[in-house]
Design a protein around this ligand. Sequence first.
Ligand SMILES: Cc1cc2nc3c(=O)[nH]c(=O)nc-3n(C[C@H](O)[C@H](O)[C@H](O)COP(=O)(O)OP(=O)(O)OC[C@H]3O[C@@H](n4cnc5c(N)ncnc54)[C@H](O)[C@@H]3O)c2cc1C
Length: 365
Amino acid sequence: MKIVVIGAGVAGLSIGWRLRQSGAEVTVLERAQLARGATWASAGMIAAAAEIGSNDTPEGRLAHNSAALWPKFAQEIEAASDIGIGFRQDGTLIIARSDAEAAELQRRASTERRFLLANKARGLEPLLGEDVAGALLDLTEAQVDNRALGPALAVAFQRAGGKLQVNEPVVRIEVENGRAVAARTPFHMYRADAFVLAAGAWSSRIEGLPPEAVPPIIPVKGEMLALAPRNAAPPKRMIWGNGIYMLTRHGQLLLGATVTREGFDTRTTKQSAESLLERASAVIPGLTGWDVVEHWAGLRPGSLDDRPLIGPSALEGLFVASGQYRNGILFAPAIAELMRDIVLNGAAPEPTFDPRRFAKVEANA
Ligand SMILES: Cc1cc2nc3c(=O)[nH]c(=O)nc-3n(C[C@H](O)[C@H](O)[C@H](O)COP(=O)(O)OP(=O)(O)OC[C@H]3O[C@@H](n4cnc5c(N)ncnc54)[C@H](O)[C@@H]3O)c2cc1C
C-alpha cells in the first residue's frame, strides 16, 4: 500500500514510521524544515495527569494509554536513530497556593499521586515560595527533549525505508470519483492509496477537499520562556501552579505557556513574557533575577471541541491526525498506533475522536 503523510511534525513522523514498519510504502511531505512547527515549540511534557486528569473519559484513556507507551517508544526511537531524546520520568509537583486548592489536590491523591504538606513539598523543591499550601506529587509524569525528538523520529523513519521530502508543501489534494487520489506539491503529483493529513495547525489549509472533509483545525498560539538560573539549581521535577508550568531542560528553566487564538501570528510579545514571569515568580520567588535566554511562540493544532481528530475523513482515502491541541507530544505513540490500525487494517476510530463528527454536525445543521 502506498501512503502519503502530509506534515513532518511529531504526528506525521510517528505515524509514517509505524505505517512503514508494517510494510506500507510511505512518503512524508513537509512544507518547510522537519519538526519545526508545534513539535519544536512545545515543552515536551508527557503529563497525562497534570494536563488531563483521570482516565475516566476517552481523552483521559488516550492520554494515560499513550503515557504508558512512552518509555518503550522513547527507547525504540533512540535505538533506531542513535539520537538521544532526553526522556525522563522524574515526576510532577502540582502546587496548591490556598487551602481550597490544597483540599482539591488532596481529593485527587491516590497510590500513584501522593499529597504532600507544604514543608514536604519545599523539602523536595527548596526554591518553592512560602505561600505553597500543599502539593500533589506524581512520579509517573515524564518529559522528552522535543527539539531532539523530531530529528530522531525522522532518522528512525528513514532508516526503516520511509521517504521524507522537506521544503515541499502539499498545496492540493486531487479527488477523482469521490476519492483522494493524489497530493499535489509545486514540484510533483504524488499518487497514493491513502493520505494522512498531519499538518498541525495548518491542517485545514489544503485545497481540493470537499467542505465536509476539511478538518476544522484552529491555530492556538503558545508562548514560552527559557531562563538561565542564577546562584541556584533549577527544580528537578516539573512544577505546575498558578496557571503556569516550569521544567528544567539542559540546565535552563522553561516557563509555559500562554494560550491565545490570534490566527497564524507567531510573534512574541512583551506582555506575554511579563505575564509568564509574574506567574512563575509567585511560585518560585527566587527566579526574579534570572536572565531570559529565549522567548518563542508556536501554534498548537486546536479543534472546535478541543479534542483530537484521529481517523478517516469524510473523503474516502483521506485520513486525519490533528487537533491534539496541548498534548500532541503526549499523544504521539498512541496516535501512531491508532492511525496504523485505522489506515492499514480498517479499524474503527474512537467515536469521540472521529474526524467525521464535525461533518455530521454540518449535515444536521
Ligand atoms: C508553547 C507550546 C507548548 C506545548 N507543550 C506541550 C507539551 O508539553 N506536551 C505536549 O504533549 N504537547 C505540547 N504542545 C502541543 C504539541 O506541541 C502539539 O500538539 C504537537 O506538536 C502537534 O504535532 P503535529 O505534528 O500535529 O504538528 P506540528 O509539530 O506543528 O507539525 C505539523 C507539520 O506540518 C507541516 N505542514 C503544514 N502544512 C503543510 C503542508 N501543506 N504540506 C506539508 N507540510 C505541512 C508543518 O510545517 C509542520 O512541520 C505544546 C505546544 C505549544 C505551542
